[in-house]
Design a protein around this ligand. Structure first.
Ligand code: MC0
Length: 146
């Protein structure tokens, strides 16, 4: 069951400058940064709030590390902006299977590694009214904060 908005992914050209905008304008601080080679991004997670199911909600700022990555291609076509939304679930495998059963294309056969050791998959935007949609199961235990 999808229980929360885990994050909103925002594509940007310059991660450091975008992080500074969110800090200076709203006071949001970076909880975590990492490079995800497989996804082709350098990212920063800004925690917005804790949620009642023990998860949290984030803004995820994404800078491509390769032009031919999903975010690189999307930025070249659209410029900066909201790239995807991500729903949190305790069971990404079960929810992905159920959604696939409804005829929506799930992009991965098995969930892959996402931010902070989460397990993620994506639904094709063309099957979701133009919205690239991610499903996320957070890693168990305390979040890595660095
Ligand atoms: C592409 N399209 C999108 C879109 N990306 N529509 C809405 N939102 C997006 N973000 C549209 C294009 O405009 C195009 O429509 C059509 O989908 C095909 O796009 P394409 O540029 O030709 O690219 P493809 O087909 O090679 O790839 C699209 C696809 C890809 C969604 C399959 O971007 C993908 O695999 N995305 C999932 C992985 C991902 O996005 N990773 C980055 C975040 P038209 O009408 O022009 O045909 S990684 C992340 O977020 C991790 C770190 C985490 O959360 O932990």
């Amino acid at each position: 069951m999808l229980t929360r908005i885990d994050h909103i992914g925002i594509a940007c050209f310059d991660l450091d400058r975008t992080v500074e905008f969110y800090r200076a304008t709203y006071g949001f601080e970076v909880l975590h940064t990492e490079v995800n080679e497989e996804q082709g991004v350098r990212e920063a997670m800004l925690k917005i709030n804790e949620t009642s199911d023990g998860g949290a909600s984030y803004l995820q700022l994404l800078e491509p590390i390769r032009e031919d990555s999903p975010v690189g291609k999307w930025l070249a076509k659209n410029g900066e902006g909201v790239h995807h939304i991500a729903f949190g679930t305790a069971d990404v495998d079960g929810d992905a299977a159920a959604i696939r059963g409804k005829g929506v294309r799930v992009l991965y056969d098995e969930p892959r590694r996402g931010s902070m050791d989460s397990r993620i998959t994506f639904l094709h935007p063309k099957d979701c009214h133009g919205v690239l949609t991610e499903l996320v199961t957070s890693a168990p235990g305390p979040r890595a904060e660095h």
